[in-house]
Design a protein around this ligand. Structure first.
Ligand code: ZN
Length: 378
């Protein structure tokens, strides 16, 4: 029954699976969440071979293979990259579900949805559905609330590094522990973990082409911008971009756009809220959540990726990591709107078919009728 059920629904398998109680797997011992995600990746590539390819990224601590999916429309154009990873923290099950939902939605709608169609002409989407595979499996089989990877420490007396404290961004400085039994153990050094290295090496290699780094977590309902390791805001003329803002209309004042990342995140949160009324908080991690060092989001921004965001999906603590099945799909739907808002913005910014006009209300500005933001690549 189960084997027939999945292809029939053509849904991301883990979504369907999370909807079923884990006891389902007792009857089907060959099926595990991760196995079906591997199968799903192969399947999605086969049935969408004109658009999707699956690529090797690296190996986990326990020697499992990490793959990412690349969604690229064939083209002679030089394109840029949007990166999204899910499941860096094992217990945040809604996160891998969202990565799969995202892929499914793109593939289902890219022909009919003008927004997706437009950004796929300029942007390739790279999706890593489960970053912390060993931990994810452990959270299904042994400990539902496991967070870290499964690297052994102290002669195998304690396990796991928090991969989101293991990146080379002010590593080990704040919001971490050096105790390997801690949930936020930062590892023995920056990029000490094979999962971190696999992602970091790949991103470094491609960094001049990556415009946006998205990393999906739960829970709390936040869209978090850099930085976590300092309360200092990112440089407004960050990286290769010069950002100027000019106000037109009734008032000619120059509006200082201190953080375009913030405005884009606010637009994303507004789009998300439009679906089911779910409210998200937007802001720099260190100011609205907590300080942490060694996060992938901070690191991606520090090496020069202009847009870098952490999503913390539903909910706000009622169910926490164990989000009820009936919230999986609405969470994915609303998050899809936020993520495509960001991608759409980045696309129009870098591949302008004309100036991007933001209405005053979308920026929360009262002085201007409209704001034109011009970016030049130097
Ligand atoms: Zn997390």
């Amino acid at each position: 029954w189960f084997a027939n059920f999945l292809p029939f629904y053509a849904l991301p398998l883990s979504l369907v699976m999370i909807n079923l109680s884990p006891s389902m797997f007792d009857a089907e011992p060959n099926l595990s969440a991760m196995t079906t995600i591997y199968q799903w990746m192969t399947q999605i590539q086969k049935s969408n071979s004109e658009l999707v390819t699956q690529h090797y990224l690296g190996k986990t601590t326990e020697n499992r293979t990490m793959y990412y999916l690349q969604i690229s429309q064939p083209s002679d154009k030089i394109k840029k990259i949007i990166w999204m990873d899910c499941g860096i923290h094992a217990r945040e099950w809604i996160s891998p579900a969202f990565c799969q939902w995202f892929v499914k939605e793109i593939l289902q709608n890219y022909r009919s949805d003008p927004k997706i169609r437009r950004f796929l002409q300029n942007l390739d989407l790279y999706i890593l559905p489960v970053l912390n595979i060993d931990g994810y499996i452990y959270s299904w089989e042994k400990d539902r609330l496991w967070r870290k990877n499964r690297s052994p420490h102290m002669n195998g007396t304690c396990y796991g590094t928090d991969l989101n404290r293991n990146f080379n961004s002010s590593w080990g400085s704040i919001g971490v522990s050096y105790n390997c039994s801690s949930e936020i153990f930062c590892g023995s050094g920056p990029e000490s973990e094979p999962e971190t290295r696999a992602v970091a090496q790949f991103i470094k290699k491609k960094k001049s082409d990556i415009l946006c780094y998205l990393t999906i977590h739960s829970y709390g309902q936040y869209i978090l911008t850099p930085y976590g390791s300092t309360t200092r805001p990112p440089n407004k003329n960050f990286g290769p971009l010069k950002i100027t803002a000019k106000c037109t209309g009734t008032d000619d004042n120059i509006i200082p756009v201190l953080n375009i990342q913030m405005h884009v995140a606010e637009m994303a949160a507004a789009a998300l809220m439009g679906k089911y009324g779910t409210s998200y908080k937007v802001g720099p991690t260190s100011l609205i959540l907590y300080s942490n060092s060694g996060s992938s989001r901070d690191w991606a921004h520090m090496i020069g990726i202009p847009f870098s965001y952490t999503f913390e999906l539903r909910d706000k603590g009622t169910h926490g990591f164990v989000l009820p099945p009936d919230q999986i799909q609405p969470t994915c739907e609303e998050t899809m709107l936020a993520v495509t808002t960001i991608i759409d913005y980045v696309d129009q910014k870098y591949f302008p078919g004309g100036a991007v006009m933001l209405t005053a209300s979308s920026l929360g500005l009262s002085l201007c009728l409209s704001v034109v933001l011009t970016w030049t690549v130097s």
